[in-house]
Structure formats: C-alpha cells, structure tokens
Design a protein around this ligand. Structure first.
Ligand code: AKB
Length: 315
C-alpha cells in the first residue's frame, strides 16, 4: 500500500498524515499540498511534493513514479470561503476531484473523498437526518459536495474505482486551525476560553450542528478505507457524527472547566445562513452497520481533552 494525500497541510491532512505513517510506514505515505512545506521542520516532512491537484500532468507523474495505490483527497475550499469565491470553489473542489478520479482510474488507486453535512440543504429533514434523503444544498460548497459524491459513485459504477467517503460534520482539533468554515467557532472558542476566558461567536447561541473530535475523524477515514467492500451498500458518502451541540451548549461544558468563561454573539449573516441550511443532527446508522463506525468522544470528553492539551501547550 502506498498512499498519496492532497491538502496534507490542512486541518485534517496535518493529523491524518502522521496517523497513516504510523499505521502503514513513513515511506508509504506521500504528502502533497498547494502550499509549500518550508514552514515545517525537515524531521516532520516525510516525502512532500508541492501540488495543485488540478495540475493533472504533475499528479499523473507523482502517482506513477511513487507507485501510489490509495489517495486521500483532502484538498478543497471550505464553506464560508467558497461562498466568497464561488467560481474558484467550483474549480478547486470539482476539477481537483476530477483529476484525482482520472488518475485513480488509470492507475487503479482507491480514493477517499470527504463530503460534508453541507451536502444537505434547507429541504432536508433537520433532525436524525437520514443517510439517503433530499440533497438540495443552497451553498456553492454544498453544491460541490453533492456533485463530488455523485462523481465518485459514477467512477465506482462505471470504472470500478474503489471510491469511498464520509459526510464530515465540523471537525474540532487542537493541532491545526480550520480555515474558512462555518463550524470553525467550535475550535476558536477553546483557544479564546483559555487565553481570554471569553469568546464572541459568529453563530447564534441556539444553532445546532453536528461535530466530531479529530481522533474520531481520523478513525473514520482509516476504518472506512479498510472496511470489507462486500459489506458496503453505500460508498459516497456515509453520514458520520459524534455529537450535536449549539454554542450555548458548548459554553456550558467549557464552564465546567473554566467557570468564569463567558460567551457573547456578533452574528455573521453569511455563516449563519449556511448553518441554518444544514441539519441539526445526522443519523449515522448506515456507517455503524456497514463498517462499524463507533466514535469515542462526546462533547464532555472532547472538551476536557481539548482544554488540557491547549493548556499544556501554553496555547
Ligand atoms: C465547514 O464548516 O465548512 C466545514 C464543513 C462542515 O464541511 N467544517
């Protein structure tokens, strides 16, 4: 097994990469990103290529030279930034995915592509959102996620490319900050709680969204790709969730550890509209039955761990 990761310097990539290296061996994971890796110390680099995934000539060269057999395609623009640059979001999220699927078709690679809760829209049932339901998103990010799910399924049925994916909720991590998402408040809040004991939230206090702690997000990406294909009735993409909460709920849990913590609100209309169009809480039964999805962290376990790690790091 030789793995290539796109977007390896992003929020998910920067933690999935070491997890994959630990599992499959350092020399079996090739990192790529549109950014250069100069900022990182040599010791943490692994084999790295600067790559815009839309550059299919360079992508084909790397996949062929490195004998890649599996691709984790993480490069994408997130919801809020996609809404401010919709044309670029379409280009990166769709044409990037297309070149990945083409290289996978020609070289016989399996492909993991993250979808998102943003693949649902205002017409989708909001609570216990089913695996198979209405997908009519109203954001460009959501449109690219639905199109991406369909394209991945197409490559599976038409060409037998082993495509798999999950619909990630907001991912919360203590290593790399997310960039340009709607769920980013749930990461920022922990840093501000430690630094200032207060946080001004850009979403309203009663906005419920699904969330997942990074160790579970990584587990999902690895477990799904290792799952027995004979058991997969779905492929692109599985609902996965670990918890659903609002900013008010999260503040209450933070107060358990930092009693003086206060939250206030300054709502960003763009991100609030995105959040309002997404489910409150997914039902992820298909993932549990088809490949054993079983998250470890709930809101309390995550909050305790986040605060401890950030405090110890002096964040
Ligand atoms: C975002 O907020 O854009 C992402 C997502 C839910 O896909 N975290």
């Amino acid at each position: 097994m030789k793995i290539l990761i796109t977007g390896s310097l992003g929020q998910l990539g920067s933690e999935l990469a070491p997890a994959l290296m630990k599992r499959y061996g350092e020399n079996n994971v090739v990192l790529t990103d549109i950014k250069s890796i100069e900022e990182k110390p040599q010791s943490e680099q692994g084999l790295f290529f600067q790559l815009d995934c839309r550059d299919s000539q360079k992508l084909f060269e790397i996949v062929s030279k490195e004998k890649i057999t599996r691709i984790y395609h993480l490069a994408a623009l997130l919801s809020a930034v996609a809404e401010s640059r919709p044309q670029e979001a379409w280009d990166i999220n769709i044409n990037g995915l297309y070149s990945i699927l083409e290289v996978a078709r020609v070289h016989g690679c399996s492909v993991f592509t993250p979808s998102s809760i943003a693949a649902f829209g205002p017409n989708t049932p909001k609570d216990y959102t089913p695996q198979d339901t209405i997908q009519q998103p109203t954001s460009m990010y959501g449109v690219t996620k639905v199109a991406g799910e369909l394209l991945c399924n197409y490559y599976f049925h038409k060409y037998g490319v082993d495509t798999r994916g999950v619909r990630y909720p907001g991912i919360i991590s203590n290593v790399t900050m997310p960039g340009g998402g709607t769920t980013d408040y749930a990461v920022e809040i922990y840093y501000e709680a430690i630094k200032k004991k207060r946080y001004t939230c850009f979403l309203g206090g009663d906005t419920y969204l699904d969330m997942i702690y990074m160790p579970d997000a990584i587990k999902a990406a690895i477990d799904l790709m290792e799952a027995n294909p004979a058991k997969l009735r779905h492929r692109n993409a599985f609902n996965v969730s670990a918890m659903s909460f609002s900013p008010e709920d999260l503040s209450a849990y933070i107060r358990k550890y930092i009693p003086q913590f206060e939250i206030s609100y300054n709502i960003d209309p763009v991100r609030q509209a995105l959040a309002n169009s997404w489910p409150n809480m997914l039902e992820d039964y298909a993932a549990r039955v088809e490949w054993g999805w079983d998250p470890e962290y709930d809101i309390d376990a995550m909050t305790s761990d986040m605060l401890e790690v950030l405090k110890n790091r002096g964040a």
